[in-house]
Design a protein around this ligand. Structure first.
Ligand code: NDP
Length: 399
């Protein structure tokens, strides 16, 4: 049916590409383009029995001219950006220049400032509308599935939603004292930043890891979780009308937190360049180089993730609570696509969002966050493509 250009060939891209190849009636032809072409070629070799025709290319996704040339050569229907948040704007520029639709999983963040927000990408709304192309922002799990869960809850279960708590639990054990489950640089920038949540029309800022709760997760059990700022809070606060409070919590084990504190205390998580041996280096980028590659965690990670949203609001004049979540098993993911569940839970929704833009179900000129589309086709696709969701009408609440 169509052609997709996938930029990046790391942990998340590997899963999304496996899933595109499983869905070869929709993804008849794909191009994998990344900084290191040998990774793209190795993945192509692994997937050589797929019906999807796979091409590979080298690209520097910071370079708009190179991207334009690549897009003009391959002529994809959609570009799926699975490189890093730093490349969002250059890829959006290339999509505008070639009138090609765009999908990503993480919002733009400047390399030299650890602050992600949507303002840069929302500034493209008018230009995408005029060009007649769609930009779908945040088609991963969180943001992504959690945002679609919110749209689904509002459409089917509530007249008004007042409170949302997004809970992201990873009970996976990879056996290392310290490793991150996705790109270490992006992950550490996120968790060492101040926390924040949205309440009564404004942001409330917290110290990093200041707010801790314990939650008894279905199929996982009791875990410590900490309030973080997370990008879907920004768009959901605008798109879920009448919302009074929205928070995001992520679980962390004690070993992870102890190591992180120590690395922070000695300056290893800093993004300020320093001189070392006559060269300028960024400590956090050096740290990334010595930590285990998240893509290598697949074979050794056991346990499950549970990510979902607890909603509170009003239906037919009565108060109601509702919990929508997905449980994903690290080893099952590894057996299916050779990756652990964090890459899996992001790569599957990235494929689904791309499919819905490509087949026209979600094609609408402009720049949109994922919760602005009809959630139903995405929710059906989650069940079909490996991330079935579960619901509870009497969940424990977070105080
Ligand atoms: P990885 O670091 O594993 O992969 C990133 C890939 O992008 C690598 O192949 C890398 O190339 C490539 N790349 C980086 N810079 C460039 C460039 N300038 N030009 C071309 N290619 C480039 O990251 P992940 O797979 O873990 O994460 C991918 C994205 O998914 C990130 O944006 C992350 O924030 C997002 N994410 C979203 C989640 C969600 O739920 N919404 C959850 C987890 C991640 P090379 O191989 O040479 O390093």
């Amino acid at each position: 049916m169509g052609k997709a250009l996938i930029i990046g060939c790391g942990g998340v891209a590997s899963v999304a590409i496996h899933k595109c190849c499983q869905n070869s009636e929709v993804f008849t032809e794909i191009m994998i383009a990344s900084r290191t072409k040998s990774k793209c070629d190795a993945l192509k070799e692994k997937l050589k029995n797929s019906k999807t025709i796979i091409h590979t290319a080298q690209v520097d996704a910071d370079n708009v001219e190179e991207l334009i040339e690549l897009i003009n050569g391959f002529k994809p229907d959609v570009v799926l950006n699975l490189a890093l948040p730093y490349q969002d704007l250059s890829i959006m520029d290339a999509c505008l220049a070639t009138k090609t639709s765009y999908v990503d999983t993480a919002n733009y963040e400047p390399l030299d400032t650890a602050k992600f927000e949507y303002k840069w990408q929302w500034a493209y709304r008018e230009r995408f509308r005029e060009a007649g192309i769609t930009a779908l922002l945040g088609s991963g799990f969180d943001p992504g599935v959690t945002s679609v869960f919110s749209a689904y809850a509002l459409k089917h279960e509530f007249d008004e939603i007042h409170y949302i708590d997004i809970l992201d639990a990873n009970a996976g054990d990879h056996g290392y004292p310290f490793a991150t489950n996705f790109n270490p640089e992006i992950n550490i920038r996120e968790v060492t930043a101040n926390g924040s949540y949205w309440e009564n029309g404004k942001w409330v800022e917290t110290e990093p890891m200041e707010i801790k709760r314990v939650y008894n997760f279905p199929e996982i059990g009791e875990k410590d979780m900490y309030l973080l700022h997370h990008e879907e809070l920004e768009s959901l606060a605008l798109n879920i009308k009448g919302i009074k409070r929205i928070r995001f919590f992520m679980t962390f084990g004690q070993s992870y937190l102890t190591h992180l504190k120590c690395l922070e205390n000695v300056g290893m998580t800093s993004i300020e360049p320093i001189e070392f041996d006559g060269k300028m280096i960024v400590p956090l980028q050096f740290l990334k180089a010595v930590l285990p590659d998240p893509a290598s965690l697949g074979p050794r990670t056991v346990g499950k993730t549970n990510i979902g949203c607890i909603f509170r609001g009003i239906k037919d004049g009565k108060e109601k609570t509702y919990y929508l979540y997905n449980v994903c098993d690290h080893q099952e993911c590894y057996r299916e696509v050779g990756s652990q569940a964090i890459s899996y839970t992001t790569g599957v929704p990235a494929m689904i969002g791309t499919m819905l833009v490509m087949n026209g179900t979600w094609a609408k000129p402009g720049v949109y966050n994922i919760e602005e589309f009809d959630p139903d086709p995405f929710m059906d696709a989650l069940n079909k493509w490996g991330l079935p969701w579960k619901e509870s009408f009497h969940p424990d609440l977070v105080d």
